[in-house]
Design a protein around this ligand. Structure first.
Ligand code: BEZ
Length: 211
């Protein structure tokens, strides 16, 4: 069955470049990003894995673990890892699942046969510490992802988890946010001591509360 936002992320046990991963145990109390690649030794994937390796401190800062997947064996992943380090200037510093039996790819519906018969598409799942799926993205094989956007979404998910706000178009950490329409002005006066601008009764802007 297709995975939807709000569903429990399916658990699995699979080999990786860092040994056997039991997914839910591996996530622990962190957030997680699970992202798939069409195959090892492919150009776009090489740049993506290098980019995530460079951004690892940014994921760490947000208590987010990253894990990639490709439908090739561990030995192949390890040989590819040297190319990633050589060409992208960053060593693989997170696990790469070896999904040769397509257990995880099928569980997460990462193979879209009308796009590509056997390879995984570029899927992204953001999963919270309760193991709930909070975001899904699907990109086609020739289009590399923007991992700055993934970090931006994580900032929004983590902010809106704890504050009664939502983040507007193109928002980035530190920008003004919108007050949830379910909050009355009386509540808003108490919750947002920095004040707010009411552009419409349903559109009230306030400085980011946790800054
Ligand atoms: C890749 O690098 O993964 C890729 C590039 C072009 C087409 C398909 C895949």
């Amino acid at each position: 069955m297709a995975i939807r936002l709000g569903d429990k992320a399916p658990d699995f046990t699979q080999d990786s470049t860092e040994g056997t991963i039991k997914f839910h145990d591996w996530i622990g109390d962190s957030w997680a990003v699970l992202f798939s690649h069409p195959a090892d030794f492919t150009p776009v994937c090489t740049t993506e894995l290098g980019q995530v390796a460079h951004l690892k401190p940014e994921f760490d800062k947000r208590n987010v673990k990253v894990i990639a997947l490709s439908v090739d064996p561990v030995e192949s992943h390890k040989r590819w890892a040297s190319d990633i380090e050589e060409t992208q200037g960053a060593a693989l510093n997170f696990p790469l699942l070896a999904d040769g039996d397509r257990k995880v790819s099928e569980l997460y519906d990462m193979i879209h046969p009308n796009a590509e018969a056997t390879a995984t598409v570029r899927s992204v799942f953001i999963i919270d510490p309760k193991k709930t799926v909070r975001l899904m993205l699907t990109y086609p094989a020739p289009t590399g992802r923007d991992f700055g956007e993934i970090l931006r979404v994580i900032d929004s998910l983590q902010l809106t988890e704890y504050e009664k706000v939502a983040t507007p178009a193109n928002w980035k950490d530190g920008d003004d946010v919108v007050i949830l329409p379910s909050i009355s002005n009386e509540e808003a006066d108490k919750l947002f001591p920095k004040g707010y601008k009411e552009l419409k009764p349903y559109l009230r802007m306030t400085p980011q509360p946790n800054k």
